[in-house]
Design a protein around this ligand. Structure first.
Ligand SMILES: Nc1ncnc2c1ncn2[C@@H]1O[C@H](COP(=O)(O)OP(=O)(O)O)[C@@H](O)[C@H]1O
Ligand SMILES: [Mg+2]
Length: 275
């Protein structure tokens, strides 16, 4: 596989849920080492698109390649054949996904959560997996919390465990679906910092987020989606500061108003605490 070929290539991706079309032909390429931030109003199809890349949903139309390999299907003599479950599992294991909700196993410690998939899915030796899990927990700043249960961790810490757990499968692509939107505002920064480090280390990432400062600082490219189509994409500077389309402008203005309202709420609370 050549280095020039995009790691993810989506062509004319269509998704229907019953009679409702939610993706109307998405084209997107993500290159190795690139960080793409996906923005758009609620209901625009961002989650559905990530779930299609990771084969948590199946395509209605179009194609997605990851690392040059068609996902979900195999092409033989010009015809598409659905891949076998084991083959789909292999393809999925190369992609890490982090959700809004952390979905850690509540009865397992942080370390056990990270060790689980490498041992049970990939057959890594437990001692080896534990060693690697400690390194990953250290990477996300949680070396001291390895033996804590999720209920003993803050939301931000749980989300960092979830990132370590995804990394334990040695993915070549990480998908993040609003990873900080369920967190209290004071915990958002620590999760974004871990993601920033990952990006710096060269991880290929697709990040759905409303965190504009993260998109501005970390993204190589910003893609704005609305109503199941890509409305515009480009460098963060361009899309966030000089959006070409009215829909992008309206969305950004709304996000800014929301950010401002949140800031005002926090400073009002701080003022009250000061009295
Ligand atoms: N499993 C599903 N069944 C039916 N409709 C769905 C399903 N998942 C998502 N949708 C619909 O698809 C559209 C896109 O949703 P989603 O991908 O979650 O958007 P976003 O992540 O941008 O908020 C929405 O109208 C949503 O209601
Ligand atoms: Mg979503």
């Amino acid at each position: 596989m050549s280095e020039q070929q995009p790691l993810v290539r989506a062509v004319n991706v269509i998704k229907d849920f019953g009679a409702t079309r939610v993706l109307h032909g998405i084209d997107l390429e993500v290159h190795r080492g690139e960080v793409v931030c996906l923005l758009g109003p609620s209901g625009s199809g961002k989650t559905t698109f990530l779930r299609l890349i990771n084969q948590l949903e199946s395509l209605t139309g179009g194609r997605i390649w990851v690392d040059g390999e068609l996902i979900g299907f195999e092409e033989r003599r010009g015809r598409l054949h659905v891949r076998k479950d084991a083959d789909i599992a292999r393809q999925r294991s190369r992609i890490g996904m982090v959700f809004q909700r952390f979905n850690l196993f509540p009865h397992m410690t942080a370390l056990e959560n990270v060790v689980e998939a490498p041992v049970h899915v990939r057959g890594v030796r437990p001692s080896r997996a534990r060693e690697e899990a400690r390194r990953l927990l250290d990477l996300v700043g949680l070396a001291e919390r390895a033996d804590f249960y999720p209920s003993q961790l803050s939301g931000g810490q749980q989300q960092r465990v979830a990132i370590a757990r995804a990394l334990a499968m040695e993915p070549e692509l990480m998908l993040f679906d609003e990873p900080t939107s369920a967190l209290d505002p004071e915990l958002v920064g620590e999760v974004l910092a871990v993601m920033r480090d990952l990006a710096r280390d060269g991880m290929t990432m697709v990040v759905v987020t409303h965190e504009m400062s993260f998109a501005r600082e970390v993204a190589d490219r910003v893609v704005f989606m609305d109503a199941g189509v890509v409305v515009e994409e480009g460098a963060p500077e361009q899309v966030l500061r000089r959006p070409r389309h009215e829909r992008t402008q309206a969305f950004l203005a709304r996000v800014r108003r929301e950010e401002q309202a949140a800031e005002e709420r926090i400073s009002a609370e701080l003022e009250q605490l000061g009295e």
